[in-house]
Design a protein. Structure first.
Length: 265
């Protein structure tokens, strides 16, 4: 069973909910444009994969999609967030044999500053917080985001727009809230996400348009690249203008990307 809850000031979630107590759940965040969810097929696939890999019962999408359609119909631009928890029950960490999932749906204001990022670019500093390796959770957008909280907290003293995040082997993984990809010699590459990190919806959609090689990436690989970009469902694609003391010409970066997209179209 599942219960769909529209987030509001009057929403009530049990203090025994496993999402609150253990982070036992997952979520997705999507862009809404003219009453439609962008890349919904990918967001849906993400939710299905999370449910399967975390041992949740199958989601009932007909009711959820109908609920979402009604909520976003009048929104020309907004952010949709869908949070799914295993609900209550179980003994300690052990999940209940039968789950009543809680699905919390929010429609939020779109961050206006994202509109200018394509022109201004983003500066990156290397985060002192590194990601732990856990292949069982790699790629999933679970409710366990304490690493990202620590990364954002450390970023307050780093005087950059965002943080480049490494794992404990000093491999590049992502930024605090976006995937990263680069262009070198007209080829696109992005970090492997099979041991940690989040497999972003927008990056997956980009793979339909570009040939992207997923491989082990070092900081030097990025500083030696011809162009570096961040991407997620809300900001879309944003050029990196600096990584610590290394600077990129974002006009040139955009030109390289546009040429590749045109070639693959």
């Amino acid at each position: 069973m599942q219960t769909i809850i529209t987030a509001s000031e009057t929403s009530n979630i049990s203090t025994r909910d496993r999402g609150l107590n253990y982070g036992d759940g997952f979520f997705t965040t999507a862009m809404v444009t003219d009453g439609q969810v962008e890349h919904w097929a990918y967001h849906k696939a993400r939710l299905i994969e999370c449910a399967q890999r975390l041992g949740f019962p199958a989601l009932e999408f007909n009711a959820l999609e109908s609920h979402i359609t009604q909520l976003i119909a009048s929104h020309p631009q907004a952010v949709l967030k869908v949070v799914i928890t295993r609900g209550e029950g179980g003994r300690g960490y052990a999940p209940p044999s039968e789950c009543n999932l809680n699905i919390i749906v929010s429609v939020l204001a779109y961050p206006d500053h994202y509109n200018s990022l394509t022109d201004s670019g983003i500066s990156l500093a290397i985060s002192p917080i590194k990601l732990a390796v856990q292949p069982h959770l790699a790629g999933l957008k679970t409710l366990n985001r304490l690493e990202q909280v620590l990364i954002k907290n450390a970023l307050q003293t780093q005087h950059s727009d965002d943080a480049l995040v490494l794992d404990y082997n000093n491999n590049v993984i992502e930024t605090s809230a976006a995937n990263i990809f680069a262009i070198k010699n007209n080829k696109v590459f992005s970090p492997r996400l099979d041991e940690c990190g989040i497999k972003g919806v927008f990056l997956q959609s980009l793979c339909d348009k570009l040939a992207v090689e997923f491989k082990t990436v070092s900081v030097d690989d990025l500083t030696q690249a011809d162009a570096v970009f961040l991407c997620n469902s809300l900001m879309k694609i944003v050029p990196v203008k600096s990584l610590d003391e290394h600077y990129f010409d974002i006009v040139h970066s955009q030109s390289l990307l546009n040429e590749l997209l045109a070639k693959e179209a």
